[in-house]
Design a protein around this ligand. Sequence first.
Ligand code: SAM
Length: 272
Amino acid sequence: MATPIGNSADITLRALALLQRADLVACEDSRVTGPFLKRYGIQASLLPYHEHNAAKVRPQLLQRLRDGAVVALVSDAGTPLINDPGYKLVRDCIAQGIHVTALPGPSAVLTALSLSGLPSDRFLYAGFPPPKAGARAEWLAELKAVRASLVLLESPQRLADSLAAMADILGGAREAAVARELTKKFEEVRRGSLAELAAFYAGHGPPKGEVTLVIGPPPDQPEATAGDLDAALTAAMRQVPLRQAVDEVSAALGLPRKAVYARALDLRDRGQ
Ligand code: SAM
């Protein structure tokens, strides 16, 4: 069942009723869920179920369920299964014929998408980018051609670097929104192109609180051809220094900066 992502009033009547009658609440961290339940006067038996103990605890949970216990699965915040091992429990319940239902409610993913102002008719939730630059670049390259808005989670400390990589690989001109502290007092959505957002966070440092990122779909334009690239680079390099030309052209054509840079060096060496 979903629980609040910041504003403790975002809990449904149905969720409170189920938490009252559950025999067991499987939670990520009892230090988070305990105080939350206390706030609503609910005394429940809590069992931590998270990434690091999931394989060990899941058989116990399945046994309790087979014995007829009512088990509520919650995460620290938002909708379980969105970035936690909950799906493995649901999958095993289905395989074992154990009744499962879902109590919907808050999720940072849909809340950010709703507030982003970006197309919401088609979106891909992609979770957290890999923290290491090389793996992140490959991961972004796979997402580049997806014709949908992208919803990503990111830590505030890595946000500026991630945005720079996104501007480089997905194209600096792609529209995006950084949604911070959703449903909380200091809720804020900063909208702009990936290049603008990357520059903003590089200059201002990590934002306070939690962030979710939404990136609009790639522009509806045919892939730039090698001829388009050469023409754009040649024109830009006549006006501005090579690096600036590369930045401008990769953003305008939505091409990876690395590839545009290599081509620019080629053209320069051939004296074009
Ligand atoms: N299950 C959760 C959901 O459905 O929203 C997502 C859990 S994930 C482990 C935690 C990440 O969600 C945070 O690092 C952040 O990226 C995002 N997040 C959670 N609460 C948020 C909030 N109030 N505002 C913005 N992002 C949030």
